[in-house]
Design a protein around this ligand. Sequence first.
Ligand SMILES: [Zn+2]
Length: 497
Amino acid sequence: MTRIAVGGFQHETNTFAPSKADYAAFEAGGGWPGAQYGEPIFRAVEGANIPAAGAIAALRAKGHRLVGTAWAAASPSADVTDDAFERITGRLVSELRRSLPVDGVYLDLHGAMVAESFDDGEGEVLRRVREVVGERVPVVASLDLHANVTRAMIERADGLVAYRTYPHVDMAETGERAALLLDRILRSGGKPAPAFHQLDYLTGIPSQCSFIEPCRSIYRELEQLERRHQCVLSFTPGFPMADFAECGMAVFGYEGNASAAVAELRAIVAGAEKDFALELHDAPDAVRRARERGHPGAPVVLADTQDNPGAGGNGDTTGLLRALIEQKSQDAVLGMLIDPASAKKAHEAGLGSSLVFSLGGKSGIPGDAPLGGEFTVERLGDGRFTCTGPMFKGFRMTLGEMALLKSRAAPGVRVVLAARKCQAADQEMFRHVGVEPRQSRIVALKSSVHFRADFEPMAREVLVVRSPGPALADPAGFPWKKLRKGVRLRPLGPVHV
Ligand SMILES: [Zn+2]
């Protein structure tokens, strides 16, 4: 019977964001299970839409025996601290060494991790894993669609397989695809050669959504190419907020005629450059339009994309909330504003009390400030609930103290507060404090794209809003320093020199 070591280390790093990911951030998990070591990793991810969960089920079904090493994830933010990187990678490697001999390794990685001392976080994790198991043992990893795939990652792994949906409804399924590739490598006894190309333009994350063009067509063609060329193929549009040389889009594949498939897919992505442009709205205009068009049963959904905690924001900028209040919007709700001090204050004051808050605006984002005003505490919550939407289904949230506040200046505007940061991508985050999103006219979300899985089906319309935050929708706005020369900083945009 074969023995396979299972591990995971996920972080999406926005090097331009205000806060780093320390070890405590991985213990908290930010919506994901907290850091786990050894056998408990299996129970921690079980039943959730998590790559490792899909891989574990598939490997067991194929009759492999599994040993757990380490699994950890944290909310996207600036760099992973060296302390966190060394503790988690160190433990993954020591558990792996203790498990030897193993026949194969499966890793649940993100692909866009930058640590303080390692620009290519996953390249370094793979280097250390390879050092333990040697050249002969196959190492296969699943990756996020936002991976910035590097040459070192391709060299050090025997297989990389990325999600093909954004919102990521196929995380567990991608773990399964990676596991089946590992299983085929073990059965065949030979390692497939990789085919790999990086592209030379960046695109903002709101336009990477696989529900809309051009990604909807690109992923459809990817599946056709996979069938025609009998290979496993991935397209990663990348995470365009990590300032290092190899940031950006890539296509890669293994088995069959992967090199032909990758060449064709690369041409398709190169040809789609102009289609990645996206319409963005300023907050006052977006609110004005939403007030006219939204109604209970079919709200207008506003995506506060640049402060998305899923892309390195702290979820506490106030630009969109300010616009909702200034225009005295009706049946409007914004969530989640991450502000532990205000959530605590609401809990201490108690239900029904009205008091002056200074909400959010604490991350030092240019153009942003706390929003002061009197609010009534309408509901309180302990932040513990299980998600039900297509992407976060089965995730057990622990978001700390939560509260629903109603503005006294604009009584039609409510705001959902949470103490711990997490992207607003599941309706349970609102229901936990008594709000049924569908009954609103305007639903404003701290999210870029993931919200679409659970919120778009009921929305009259979705508007992507540009208001203050560190996750710029247009990558050309970042002060790039380490990015390789020659990359266009947005579709058909200026070239980095
Ligand atoms: Zn992602």
